[in-house]
Ligand binder design. Structure first.
Ligand SMILES: C[S@@+](CC[C@H](N)C(=O)[O-])C[C@H]1O[C@@H](n2cnc3c(N)ncnc32)[C@H](O)[C@@H]1O
Length: 202
């Protein structure tokens, strides 16, 4: 068993990180469309940004005033910086990092279940990353209601992959203090339940 950061660092060395853009892009498009709808200007952080593909995409939106990527893997961050000299990228455990200035949108795709206690991260983002009325939006494919994802921990040998139900994630958002919490499933087909997208406002 290896730590999530170690496993994803190895993915960069083998080029496998690029598959995540292909696999996650439809859900991420849905998340970005939802979180940026109806606002004139926003600052944006991608928590667990991988190689930075979401930051490169979002920063092209004229409404985006700043886009920042944070990831624990040095190889991911080095690749992000190599591909993009315009935006800022930081290599850090998300639990130990906070932005110089709070932002309007914190986005995260396929990251939060790699934390032993995601509720601590959600509260940290609420307290230290988000402006008042700022929005957290996360997407995850590994959760109890999505049965095909149950085998992933064994298949990938990643040491921390928490399998929680939609209600457990809802409680994490509620306990952190979020308002207007909403969730939906995106891309469900057959026994694939889709990406669980959950969002709330500070
Ligand atoms: C499945 S990948 C998703 C990457 C990106 N969000 C995407 O959709 O392409 C998970 C990412 O979370 C990062 N990660 C895992 N645990 C982390 C931690 N404790 N702190 C910071 N980043 C972490 C990994 O390095 C990896 O880049």
């Amino acid at each position: 068993m290896e730590s999530p950061i170690k496993v994803f660092s190895n993915w960069v060395l083998s080029g496998k990180d690029e598959g995540m853009e292909i696999n996650h892009s439809k859900s991420v498009e849905n998340m970005i469309e939802y979180s940026t709808k109806g606002i004139d200007k926003y600052s944006f952080i991608d928590a667990g940004c991988g190689n930075g593909w979401v930051i490169r995409k979002v920063s092209g939106d004229p409404k985006c005033s700043s886009a920042t990527g944070v990831d624990g893997s040095i190889h991911m961050i080095e690749k992000a910086k190599k591909l993009d000299s315009k935006n800022e990228y930081f290599c850090s455990d998300l639990l130990n990092w906070r932005p110089k200035e709070k932002v309007d949108i914190v986005h995260s795709m396929e990251v939060f279940y790699y934390f032993k206690k995601p509720e601590i991260l959600i509260k940290h983002i609420y307290d230290n990353w988000l402006n008042n009325e700022g929005r957290l939006i996360m997407g995850i494919d590994h959760y109890t209601e999505n049965k095909p994802s149950h085998s992933w921990k064994e298949e990938t040998s990643i040491s921390v992959m928490q399998l929680f139900s939609k209600n457990t994630w809802l409680n994490f958002y509620k306990s952190a203090g979020f308002n207007n919490i909403e969730y939906w499933y995106y891309g469900n087909k057959g026994d694939w339940n889709g990406t669980l997208i959950m969002t709330g406002v500070k």
